[in-house]
Structure formats: structure tokens, C-alpha cells
Unconditional design. Structure first.
Length: 565
């Protein structure tokens, strides 16, 4: 797949049931305002691939129909929110290509309006102040099979409710002492309609509002009103909010808002072996099981960026999987396929030896070295060439040599001649081992008539292997990543500790790799294809002026494409 073709698939249109809903509303003139969608994250964690899936849906629908897209922070819970997450969400969205521009809003800015709307509900007899404790409210609510029962405070007078609610706002009551509840139906089969709490008392400073408020609205109440205030037309949510839609509609209808926004749901997207639960992610980060929110094993956008995934590949993946009405699970190798296809044509091909074995070429002059010209990309001459040095001592991969090869081994061995990529043919003369019998060095000869680009008189070596010049290479570190959770059943077993659930092979650190000199000045987040090894990027967190650290983005093997039918 070529680069141009790849970029075009990122933008390909997908006719979805959500688009059909929007088109029907446009045709029928449901709204006198333009299409407007939104993404309402809670600022209590970092965005992940599931977030990107939701953003992509709303962002692209607004774009397709010439409308607006709002980023609105659902910051109505001062116990968990922080400006750190606000800044990170904005930065990550821009990096991923979902720039909200100046359409960034905060739910906390609407606290006064939400309070005023609650007063209207009280005046209509549709809300009341309740003194039941949290545990008592749970008991009164009932279950999925048993209806609830009315609170003893449900029939307070409108005057008493107005007075109590005003005093709640003034700070006269303790945290949790009273709540404001919607008065709907305690016998409703939908448990979300059994007089849900719409305001609670919390004597906590808000990261944005300070100590101005001590009562805070609940999400199910705030959500539809925030949408309405901002002029949202289509409030697109994941499937778990479907049972909340009746409350969304009830709130807007009781307040008689004109041209109310419409909530519609799409199926949640899961990835195999990937933790997308925000609670789980917080546990992993807080417990020190991973290297922060940007750990390359995590599906956070920050972690995917550090690992080396590109915004283009993420968007391409999201476009490929489409939009489903039901929850779905996608093989993570499909995401890796999109990353691999994106990098295949843009990442320069370089040589790096991850498990070095020294080779001494005995018939090459000791003090001599030469420059060899090699291509920066095997299929794209426009990427140019570079010079690499060749001398008497080089490094090859340990796995590329076997003293006693099994049948079918086609790399370097006592009876196998191999070609050094971009250089010469070599033959083995001696194997040198340490006192434990481990191979530590190979002695070889080279054929000066086999310089790359020369005629080989019909000679065909067993293989072409990569190498680096021992005198002109750079010591570096590589980090190889696998699935954080290798067993889906372990992830589901909440009785197990994270130590038991985490794949012990999810991170492998190679501390002494050898890379060619041309990589010495590589910049953070720069990406390369290490020949025969995979795609790698310069780590943007731990790389220093004195030490380059490379993260493997994806290996060369594409298991998803091979298994695709």
C-alpha cells in the first residue's frame, strides 16, 4: 500500500446509522441552527484509544455536515479533577488531529445556570430536597427486579424545598447531609428514573471555581443542560448511556427547552489485551505498575505517542473499524497493521544490532576503513543515500550465527557464506568462546571482489544480514513492548493483583545495542525502520544527550493482515 493510498483511506467516508440520523434531521429541518456535536471528557485522567474512537465519531460528523465541534470538560466533581488533565486532554487532542480551536468549554462555568434550572424544577414540583443518607437512598431505590419506594421527604412543600436548596447552596449543611432529587417515578422499570440525585453537597474546592460552590450537579442532570446551553444538536454517546437517555429527555422536556439536543448512542470499542477502563488505568499508574500515563504499553494517546504511533495511523485504524451500534472487540493487531502501513513508506531504513556479536575480518587491513553508500529507503530513491563506514571489526546479531545449524537455517554458519548488507561477502574461519563455552567473537575473511553493486559471478550467499561498524557505532538502549495483559481471562478476574495479571514479557530492555553512527543525532519521536528488526522511535521521555533510547513501535511481522479473510 503506497503512502498516497494510505492517506486517502484515512479520510474515506463511512455511511453510518449516526449519519443517517443527522441527515434525516437536516432534511426535516429539526434544528434552525447548524449541526453541533461535542466530546465531554471528565478531567480526571488521560485520553485513550477508546476516547479517540468517540472523538473521531463526533468530530467527523460535525466536519462532514459543516457544523461545529465542542470540547467540553465535564468538571462537576471536585474530588477527582485537576488542571493537569485539562491541559493533557487539549494537547493530546491537538496532536491526534482533533483540534477544537476556540470551542473549548467547561461545565463548571454553567453552575449558576444549572442551579437556576433546578430552582425551576422545584417550582414545578419536579424536584425535592431529601435527607436520606447515601445508603438509605440505595435501599429505597430498589433493584432491577424490585421497584423502589418513595422517600419520606418526597412530599415536602415547594416553599420548603426552595428554602432548603437555597441553604444548601449557602453552605449551611454538611457534606452528604442533604441532596436535591428529581421527582419522577420510584416504580419505573428504568432505575435511572427513580428520583435520581441532581445536586449533592461537597465542601471541596473546585480547580476552576475555587470555593464559590459547595453544591455540585450530577452528570445525568448536567449533561443535557450543558448540551442545550452550547447549542449541541446531536449528543453522541457510547452504548452504556442508552438507559440514561430517558432522564436526558425528561430534563429537557420538563424545562421546556426549544429545539432540544438529541442523544444517540454507538457501540463501545474494545481492543484485545488492552486496558481501556479509566479506573484500571489509574490503578496501574498510581500503583507504579507502569511508567506513568505515557507508558508505551498503555492505550492512552500519550502512551501511544511515546511508543511511536502516528496520528495518521490511529485515524486510519478508526476509519477502518467503522461505527457499530453494539459493543465490539477489535484485535489490537489491526491497529498495529495501520501503524506499520503508515511507517513503511515514511521511516528511513537504518541498521541496528540489538544483540551484538563481534566479528573480526582478518584479511581486512587493521588501520583502514572505507565509506559505503547505502540507500535511506529501499523503495524510495527520493529519500536519498548516506555513507556508512566499514572496517576490520563489525557487529552482527547473535541470532544470525549458529555453530551447529539445524536443517533449513539460512544465515551465517561455518559452511555458509553470507553477504553483509551494502558491503561484502564473508566466510567463517574461527569461533572464539569464553571459559563458559559462550561464543564471544567470530573470525572471518571477506572477498573484496564482492563489494555491494559489483558482479558476483553467479555466487549466491545463504543470506544478507545487517551489521554495524564496531569503530563507528553508538551504544544505545532498546525497549521492546508486548501486550500489557496477555490473557483476557486474567484481566477479567478482579480478585487477582496487577502483578498476577500483567504480562511479565510486556517490557524487555536491551541495554547495549549498537546503532550506526548516522543515528547519533536522532531527535525525540523521530522514527526509523531498523532493518530486519521492526519500526522504532526515539523515546521522548527518558532519552538524554548522553543516551539514546529507542522504543519498538511494532515488529515487521503483520499478523493481522496474514489472518485477514
Amino acid at each position: 500500500m503506497g503512502k498516497e493510498e494510505f492517506d486517502n483511506t484515512v479520510e474515506k467516508e463511512q455511511s453510518s446509522f449516526l449519519q443517517r440520523i443527522v441527515e434525516k434531521d437536516l432534511k426535516e429541518g429539526t434544528y434552525s441552527r447548524e449541526v453541533c456535536t461535542r466530546f465531554p471528557p471528565e478531567p480526571n485522567g488521560y485520553l485513550h484509544i477508546g476516547s479517540a474512537y468517540a472523538i473521531n465519531i463526533s468530530y467527523n460528523i460535525a466536519k462532514k455536515y459543516g457544523g461545529k465541534f465542542n470540547l467540553r470538560f465535564d468538571d462537576t466533581n471536585p474530588l477527582k479533577e485537576d488542571i493537569e488533565y485539562v491541559d493533557a486532554i487539549i494537547e493530546d487532542m491537538k496532536w491526534a488531529g482533533f483540534d477544537p480551536g476556540d470551542r473549548i468549554f467547561y461545565g463548571s462555568d454553567y453552575f449558576q445556570q444549572l442551579y437556576d434550572y433546578a430552582v425551576v424544577l422545584i417550582e414545578k414540583g419536579k424536584a425535592y430536597v431529601c435527607d436520606l443518607s447515601a445508603e438509605e437512598i440505595r435501599q429505597y431505590r430498589g433493584t432491577l427486579t424490585e421497584t423502589g419506594k418513595n422517600s419520606p421527604y418526597r412530599n415536602r412543600s415547594i416553599e420548603d424545598n426552595l428554602d432548603l436548596f437555597k441553604r444548601m447552596k449557602a453552605g449551611e449543611f454538611k457534606t452528604g447531609e442533604k441532596v436535591l432529587r428529581a421527582k419522577i417515578d420510584m416504580k419505573s422499570p428504568n432505575i435511572n428514573l427513580r428520583d435520581p440525585i441532581i445536586f449533592r453537597i461537597l465542601h471541596e474546592n473546585h480547580y476552576r471555581q475555587g470555593d464559590q460552590w459547595c453544591i455540585y450537579p450530577m452528570y445525568d442532570y448536567a449533561h443535557p443542560l450543558q448540551d442545550a446551553i452550547e447549542g449541541v444538536t446531536h449528543s453522541l454517546c457510547s452504548i452504556e448511556f442508552k438507559d440514561h437517555r430517558p432522564l436526558y429527555n425528561w430534563t429537557l422536556e420538563e424545562l421546556e427547552l426549544e429545539e432540544p439536543p438529541k442523544q444517540r448512542e454507538f457501540g463501545r470499542m474494545n481492543l484485545t489485551g488492552v486496558v481501556t477502563s479509566k479506573r484500571y488505568l489509574r490503578e496501574l499508574v498510581a500503583g507504579g505498575y507502569v511508567d506513568g500515563w505515557d507508558d508505551p504499553r498503555l492505550p492512552t494517546l500519550r502512551g501511544m505517542r511515546r511508543r511511536g504511533y502516528t496520528p495518521e495511523s490511529i485515524k486510519h485504524f478508526l476509519g477502518e473499524i467503522g461505527i457499530s451500534k453494539d459493543e465490539s472487540t477489535v484485535d489490537v493487531s489491526m491497529l498495529e497493521h495501520s501503524v506499520r502501513e503508515d511507517l513503511r513508506d515514511r521511516a528511513p531504513s537504518m541498521m541496528a544490532v540489538l544483540n551484538p556479536l563481534k566479528v573480526v575480518i582478518e584479511n581486512y587491513p587493521e588501520e583502514e576503513n572505507e565509506l559505503l553508500e547505502v540507500q535511506n529507503h529501499p523503495k524510495d530513491p527520493a529519500m536519498g543515500t548516506r555513507n556508512i563506514t566499514f572496517s576490520r571489526e563489525i557487529y552482527i546479531e547473535k541470532d544470525d550465527f549458529k555453530e551447529n545449524p539445524e536443517k533449513g537455517f539460512k544465515r551465517f554458519a561455518p559452511e555458509h557464506e553470507v553477504r553483509l548488507r551494502g558491503a561484502y561477502f564473508i566466510k567463517l574461519t574461527e569461533v572464539i568462546k569464553d571459559e563458559k563455552g559462550e561464543i564471544i567473537e567470530l573470525r572471518c575473511t571477506y572477498d573484496p571482489e564482492t563489494k555491494s553493486g559489483s558482479g558476483f559471478a553467479g555466487r549466491k550467499p545463504k543470506a544478507t544480514i545487517h551489521w554495524v561498524d564496531a569503530k563507528n557505532c553508538v551504544n544505545s538502549e532498546a525497549r521492546l513492548y508486548e501486550k500489557l495483559i496477555d490473557d483476557e481471562e486474567l484481566l477479567k478476574d478482579k480478585t487477582l493483583s496487577w502483578e498476577r495479571r500483567i504480562n511479565p514479557e510486556s517490557l524487555k530492555i536491551l541495554e547495549d545495542i549498537k546503532i550506526e553512527k548516522a543515528l547519533e543525532g536522532a531527535k525525540k519521536e523521530e522514527k526509523f525502520q531498523f532493518i530486519r528488526q521492526g519500526f522504532y522511535t526515539v523515546d521522548n521521555k527518558h532519552t538524554t544527550e548522553d543516551k539514546l533510547i529507542f522504543n519498538r513501535i511494532v515488529p515487521l511481522k503483520d499478523s493481522w493482515k496474514k489472518g485477514k479473510k
